[in-house]
Ligand binder design. Structure first.
Ligand code: HEM
Ligand code: MG
Length: 261
């Protein structure tokens, strides 16, 4: 009878492993019926089994646990990200979302993505080589700087605004966009310098896989909202087209001076 219970428990153990108990070494691409979305990291976590492989039923508990075990995010940061994401599910008072929900245009998904086409031109959530090459044109050194990341964001916005008659980018989009541009540093780079190895970032975007085979390891330090805020400030600075780091506020007096010639 103990033999029988072992046999019975085996498939259960496996189901468990593939459902939220992921690992950096285990990786399986999505199959038919699996949901994926516009977020390369959420897709990656599903491919590794940190999130359910089918991309469905992403509850707060599941998301918090996935961000913790894959990337060392603390609980409050994970919860906050879940709370910001839950609007993706069109049901009122929803307790979960799916990776497919994230595709809803201008809810969380937005124009001028680094690796996806604008919804106006077609698929807004699958990796797009042409778009990613536009982005990578600004990643001009094996070590990416905040300026290079910021340049790629600005370039995508200009190309998008110039070609997409339905181009939309609100101040809310800007806040998310800054977070997304910082994200490769959070996952794979140095939070103090803002530097990140280009090879790791490209491998991640192109394969939707953690770059473990390239020697990457999960950060030892726990990541908190404070860290994300500091990094966002660094990237916001880098996104300013002013050369001197005077900050983002153009003084009123200077604006008037522009008309005084
Ligand atoms: C983009 C959702 C966590 C990295 C996106 C987008 C959504 C999204 C909807 C698409 C925005 C667009 O149109 O470009 C989420 C949710 C998360 C989450 C719901 C967790 C609750 C993360 C984490 C990282 C990450 C932890 C990495 C540390 C990125 C990157 C992009 C992105 C790099 C930009 C992709 C591009 O511009 O092509 N995310 N995300 N995300 N996300 Fe996430
Ligand atoms: Mg997009």
């Amino acid at each position: 009878s103990s033999y029988l219970s072992v046999i019975l428990a085996l498939p259960l153990a496996f189901a468990h492993y593939h459902d939220g108990h992921g690992s950096p070494s285990h990786w399986k691409p999505p199959g038919p019926g699996d949901f994926r979305g516009p977020c390369p990291m959420m897709n990656t976590l599903a491919n590794h089994g940190f999130l359910p492989h089918d991309g469905k039923n992403l509850t707060e508990k599941t998301v918090v646990q996935a961000l913790k075990s894959a990337l060392n995010f603390n609980t409050s940061l994970g919860s906050l990200m879940f709370e910001m994401a839950i609007v993706a599910n069109p049901e009122p008072n929803a307790t979960f979302f799916t990776l497919d929900h994230l595709n809803r245009h201008n809810v969380l998904e937005h124009d001028a993505s680094l690796s996806r086409s604008d919804a106006y031109f077609g698929n807004n959530h699958i990796f797009n080589r042409t778009i990613f090459d536009e982005t990578r044109a600004y990643w001009t050194d094996p070590i990416l700087t905040p300026n290079m990341l910021a340049n790629s964001k600005l370039a995508r916005q200009i190309n998008s605004r110039a070609s997409n008659p339905q181009y939309t980018f609100t101040s809310k989009t800007e806040a998310f966009s800054i977070g997304e541009v910082s994200a490769p540093i959070v996952a794979f780079g140095n939070m103090d310098s803002g530097l990140v190895n280009r090879t790791l970032v490209e491998y991640f975007f192109e394969n939707e896989r953690l770059p473990t085979d390239l020697g990457w390891k999960k950060k030892q330090e726990v990541i908190s909202l404070d860290d994300i805020v500091k990094l966002s400030q660094m990237i916001t600075q880098a996104t300013s087209l002013l050369t001197a780091k005077e900050g983002l506020v153009v003084r009123n007096r200077d604006l008037h001076a522009g008309f005084s010639f």
